[in-house]
Design a protein around this ligand. Structure first.
Ligand code: SAM
Length: 165
């Protein structure tokens, strides 16, 4: 499993504890984030510096590729989805979780961060996310949006890479 934009490795640490036999990899462009991740992860977990639109693995390397709270940084989202799919094996799953612009608080934050933060690019409504995934070749992606508290809402998109026929 690959976590794209793994940051300080929280998700990888939880997965490593729950699935000790799984082969886990993480990628992030910020070496300092990976240094923090390294401290909490065993050497079995592979960590690489890199960007979502140029993943340093050959095609069909993973059963599962996830990205959590990272997608709003991506400047070329369709290309990034296609790159994540490249490293998935046929039948493998892509799971993307990020803020959802259908919730007012996210929308306000998105506007504010677009004006003030160089690294923030854009958050999406559920329908925009569906259109983006369709453009990347995933017309049948399942997308669910949900509140995590009274203020904040996320969405998770799950898409399967077609198997070879
Ligand atoms: C808000 S943090 C989330 C970290 C982690 N996924 C989590 O949920 O705890 C976003 C991470 O995405 C990384 N990031 C930003 N742009 C990226 C890109 N183009 N490709 C891959 N990772 C990126 C950042 O360095 C940062 O570590």
């Amino acid at each position: 499993m690959l976590d794209v934009g793994c940051g300080t490795g929280e998700l990888l640490a939880r997965l490593a504890a729950k699935y000790p036999a799984a082969h886990l990899s993480g990628l992030d462009p910020v070496p300092e984030m990976l240094e923090v991740a390294r401290e909490k992860l065993s050497e079995r977990v592979e960590l690489r510096v890199g960007w979502a639109n140029e993943l340093p693995w050959p095609e069909a390397s993973f059963d599962l590729v996830v990205s959590c709270n990272m997608f709003h940084y991506i400047t070329h989202p369709v290309a990034a989805v296609q790159e994540m799919e490249r490293v998935l094996r046929p039948g493998g799953r892509l799971v993307i979780t990020d803020w959802c612009d259908d919730y007012l608080a996210c929308r306000v934050c998105n506007v504010y961060l677009r004006l003030t933060s160089k690294s923030h690019y854009k958050t999406y409504r559920q329908a925009e996310c569906a259109a983006l995934l369709k453009e990347a070749g995933h017309a049948l992606a399942h997308i669910e949006r949900y509140k995590i508290n009274w203020l904040w809402g996320l969405m998770t998109a799950i898409a399967e890479k077609p198997t070879l026929s």
